[in-house]
Design a protein around this ligand. Structure first.
Ligand code: SAH
Length: 364
């Protein structure tokens, strides 16, 4: 269709454009938070007909190994009474289904707690787990029992803040309007030098520093709970194990990358997770950092090869698909290297299977 308005923003983009025209640019964090709240509230984004696919939706093996990891931690911690399964951003509830089935075989049948804000995904989770208890944030999770916490592709959806180095020093990176009224990144006017991390203070003009205060807050809250109540947590996401410069903000729609500023609320906005900073935050809040491993290494250590073999023997007609799914989850060129698994635990809790505290240089 060709008409004179084809470039004019519509939907949430138009709302942002009016707001910016009236009051000036908004921060990247504000933009990302509102865009994702709109995006997740109204749809199920997962799967082939959606916008993206996640590890639990690729194969049951992923959730099963997560469940076995949690059950192993719980057993070696002395099988404490009343431990709860807590999942942050459980999507369709698929990971919980597979994890709890595997954990159940190991004797762990915990109460189920979900932290979720999306009405659309909550409805799917209710159908799959009618006995679960829902929370909008972590504040009202049980406070008197150990927590076994899982978050897969949750932190990447939380808003990032960006600073950009200009000729006049560091500024917040904002969303403004170009000469045709379209959303575009601009530098803020207020000096932000005090907010730039010391090790990046000398970066060249144009450099971008990205942080996620929201992700740090979640890890801080989880860690304080582990310190006070005992338990363990797994954060699985794409990201880097050493701090790095540059914007990793991306928008995905229908399995393709699209312009971050073109369709807020219609595409999934994510950023890479800074695991180095989160490990520090966890330690400061009193949790034990058990290590951060590449997903492929972690799944191999937990026995994905053997599990794929036994599933294939039980269903020979599906053997090729099972092998392909295992490859997709573990191969370095697919999800195996970019995705990381970070384990945390309470001070009295044991080390985690498959995790190592050795940080490999250059693993990105
Ligand atoms: N863990 C699932 C889904 C990942 S998509 C999987 O691996 O398939 C991100 C999930 O986090 C969705 O369930 C989304 O609704 C939820 N989510 C995003 N932002 C959130 C927030 N601020 N608070 C709680 N849940 C949030």
């Amino acid at each position: 269709m060709d008409n004179s308005d084809s470039n004019a923003p519509c939907g949430l983009a138009a709302v942002f454009a009016r707001l910016i025209a009236a009051t000036g640019p908004i921060s990247i964090a504000h933009y990302m938070a509102e865009a994702n709240a709109r995006y997740y509230a109204s749809r199920d984004p997962l799967g082939a007909s959606g916008d993206f696919i996640t590890a639990p939706e690729i194969s049951q093996m992923f959730g099963e190994l997560v469940g076995l990891w949690l059950a192993d931690m719980w057993q070696r911690a002395g099988r404490p009474e009343g431990a709860c399964y807590v999942e942050l951003g459980p999507g369709r509830g698929t990971l919980a289904r597979d994890a709890l089935r595997a954990a159940g075989r190991a004797g762990l049948a915990p109460e189920i707690h979900f932290v979720e804000t999306s009405p659309a995904l909550t409805a799917l989770q209710q159908a799959a787990h009618p006995q679960a208890i829902w929370h909008h944030d972590l504040s009202d999770l049980p406070a008197d029992r150990p927590l076994l916490i899982v978050a897969n592709e949750f932190l990447d959806a939380l808003p990032v803040r960006q600073l950009v180095r200009t000729a006049g020093g560091w500024r917040e990176r904002m969303v403004g309007l170009d000469s045709e009224g379209r959303l575009t990144p601009v530098a803020g006017t207020r000096p932000m030098d005090a907010a730039a991390p010391a090790h990046f203070a000398g970066a060249i003009e144009g450099a971008i520093v990205e942080t996620s205060p929201a992700a740090a807050t979640v890890v801080q809250e989880v860690s304080a709970r582990l310190a006070a109540q005992g338990g363990a947590a797994l954060f699985i996401d794409y990201g880097h194990v050493q701090p790095q410069l540059g914007s990793t903000l991306q928008a995905v729609r229908a399995h393709r990358k699209v312009n971050v500023f073109a369709e807020p609320g219609e595409a999934d906005l994510t950023a890479h997770v800074d695991f180095a900073t989160l490990a520090e935050v966890a330690g400061q809040a009193g949790a034990r950092w058990l290590g951060t491993s590449e997903q492929g290494v972690w799944l191999a250590a937990l026995g994905i090869g053997a599990r794929a073999g036994s599933l294939a023997r039980a269903a020979p007609h599906a053997a090729e698909a099972i092998e392909a799914a295992a490859m997709r989850l573990t191969a370095p060129a697919e999800m195996g290297k970019l995705f990381k698994v970070m384990g945390l635990a309470g001070p009295e809790w044991p080390d985690g299977a498959g995790l190592s505290r050795v940080v490999l240089a250059g693993t990105g």
